[in-house]
Design a protein around this ligand. Structure first.
Ligand SMILES: Cc1cc2nc3c(=O)[nH]c(=O)nc-3n(C[C@H](O)[C@H](O)[C@H](O)COP(=O)(O)O)c2cc1C
Ligand code: SF4
Ligand code: SF4
Length: 306
């Protein structure tokens, strides 16, 4: 996979959607790794106005997205439909989410089906855990452990790409059907946006929410911040509001306003004491198996590359 001296420089395209920037963060880490191997890398971040890109110019295409309601986000689909994928196109998937329930596995079924239909070449699928941007904020120590596991998964991704290994994240009919029913974001965003509210006492009119909404759905007016109804529930406006002034309708009880300096955490070494252990239970139980599997796969590739 290494681009060799004298060869035409190989190119990678990373097409991704992100709400609160976790997926952008992962995309940047993947970009860095490709660049170290002398690949030219283009990133396309999906917004409602992103023009279609020419996929056929690239050796690999990586599709990245956060999992929303056990599915790929709607904006990802709207953009994907604009792309013309050539037969044989090599692609891989990197997706991320707050937990590792097996239902999340269904989130790539549609993408895999469509890529398979056009005869594209599957080069692997990877599910990264990232801090929740909805529901509740993760403990700092837990985030540190997540990031350590993500670094290992990234090593595995690149080892596999180099060695022509293409792992699948397995779904089944039960998960697929359940995911269709839980696709809350499909209509939830438009309905919920009628109930978004800004606390005028807290809001400083900094304009960040209006500037950053990927749908152009937030407007700073003389009468304060107003929302249209083209929301995809990405949570960017409320998550990053410096004043915690945005209330998110029927999901208000699940609002998370928390800035994590992932770049800083990424530079840290392994934790002395892990947050998730074999004894973790309840919500945290699903991470035990996921982290154990990543650790084992990582140990294996480390022993093969020594
Ligand atoms: C509307 C919505 C639905 C979500 N659904 C799920 C889910 O089904 N499973 C999950 O593990 N995480 C879910 N999450 C959490 C995100 O997948 C996770 O925080 C992700 O890293 C966010 O990435 P981003 O910052 O690139 O948007 C959801 C988040 C949002 C906003
Ligand atoms: S980001 Fe928050 S403080 Fe800034 S304009 Fe929007 S609601 Fe107001
Ligand atoms: S209004 Fe807020 S939650 Fe909706 S798409 Fe825009 S930034 Fe995302």
């Amino acid at each position: 996979m290494q681009a060799e001296k004298g060869d035409k420089q190989r190119k990678v395209l990373l097409v991704y959607y992100t709400g609160t920037y976790n997926t952008r963060f992962l995309t940047d880490r993947i970009k860095e790794r490709f660049e170290k191997m002398n690949y030219a890398v283009d990133r396309v971040e999906i917004t409602s106005s992103t023009p279609a890109v020419r996929v056929e110019d690239y050796d690999y295409v990586g599709f990245g997205y956060p999992i929303y309601g056990f599915n790929a986000p709607r904006p990802f689909w709207r953009y994907f439909k604009k792309l013309c994928i050539p037969r044989g196109q090599k692609f891989f998937i990197y997706k991320d989410s707050g937990e590792t329930l097996a239902l999340n596995n269904a989130s790539s079924r549609k993408l895999l089906r469509r890529m398979n239909r056009v005869g594209a070449t599957f080069c692997g699928e990877y599910h990264f855990v990232m801090p929740y941007n909805i529901h509740f904020a993760f403990d700092e120590k837990f985030i540190r452990q997540i990031v350590q596991e993500d670094k290992k998964l990234l090593d595995i991704l690149f080892y596999n790409l180099s060695h022509g290994v293409a792992p699948e994240v397995k779904s089944n009919v039960f998960y697929d059907i359940a995911a269709v029913f839980v696709g809350i974001q499909a209509i939830g965003g438009a309905i919920n946006s009628f109930f978004y509210k800004v606390d005028s006492k807290k809001c400083t009119r900094c304009g960040l929410c209006a500037k950053n909404c990927p749908n152009g759905n937030v407007h700073l007016t003389d009468n304060g911040v107003k929302f249209s109804h083209a929301c995809d529930m990405c949570m960017r406006c409320s998550f990053h509001c410096p004043q915690k002034a945005i209330k998110i309708g029927f999901l208000e009880g699940w609002r998370v306003n928390r800035y994590y300096d992932l770049s800083e955490i990424w530079r840290e070494d392994a934790l002395a004491e892990p947050y998730i252990t074999e004894k973790s239970r309840g919500f945290y139980k699903c991470f035990v198996k996921t982290f154990r599997e990543i650790d084992l796969r990582h140990e294996k590739i480390s022993s093969l590359t020594e």
